[in-house]
Design a protein. Structure first.
Length: 162
């Protein structure tokens, strides 16, 4: 059996001494987070997708939200101190992050962007995020991730009131 190649995200977690586990699934191209979670038997509310946005200032930001929810752009902008943010176009994801759509994670990007994780993760002991390539998920502690990437928790999804 071939040795699994580590992603930048895995190397970053190991260097930061953060425990994680990896789950892989067969996938040749992008599938959305809901289908990924269902394929792996992961709870939807514990499986987060990474969205990258650009603020009015031109700065980039990462937002992690449960796969079944939608990002509230106004709340997201407020959480990072911007007047507004807009999601990065799919064609620009690799150039900005170094990752492909469906494999984007806030860990080990070309540059570390301010990252905001939806507040529901703050009280979770573990959650799932992309592992840095299509077909790979990482399970780790949200609080440890926030500390390692100097991110924060905030209410950033549509329809929630905190």
């Amino acid at each position: 059996m071939a040795k699994e190649t580590k992603t930048n995200a895995m190397r970053f977690l190991e260097k930061s001494k953060i425990n994680y586990t990896v789950q892989t699934y067969e996938c040749d191209e992008f599938i959305d987070g809901i289908h990924t979670a269902q394929q792996l038997g992961q709870p939807l509310d514990e499986t987060f997708k990474t969205l990258v946005a650009t603020g009015k200032s031109g700065s980039h930001y990462c937002f992690l939200i449960p796969v079944a929810l939608e990002l509230d752009l106004k709340k997201a902008a407020k959480s990072v101190g911007e007047k507004s943010v807009e999601l990065l176009h799919v064609k620009d994801i690799t150039g900005v992050t170094g990752y492909v759509r469906g494999g984007c994670t806030p860990i080990g990007m070309k540059k570390q962007f301010m990252t905001v994780i939806h507040s529901t993760a703050e009280n979770m002991s573990l959650f799932y995020i992309s592992g840095g390539r299509i077909g790979t998920q990482i399970r780790l502690c949200p609080a440890e991730l926030v500390k390692a990437i100097r991110g924060k928790f905030a209410d950033i999804v549509l329809g929630s009131e905190e």
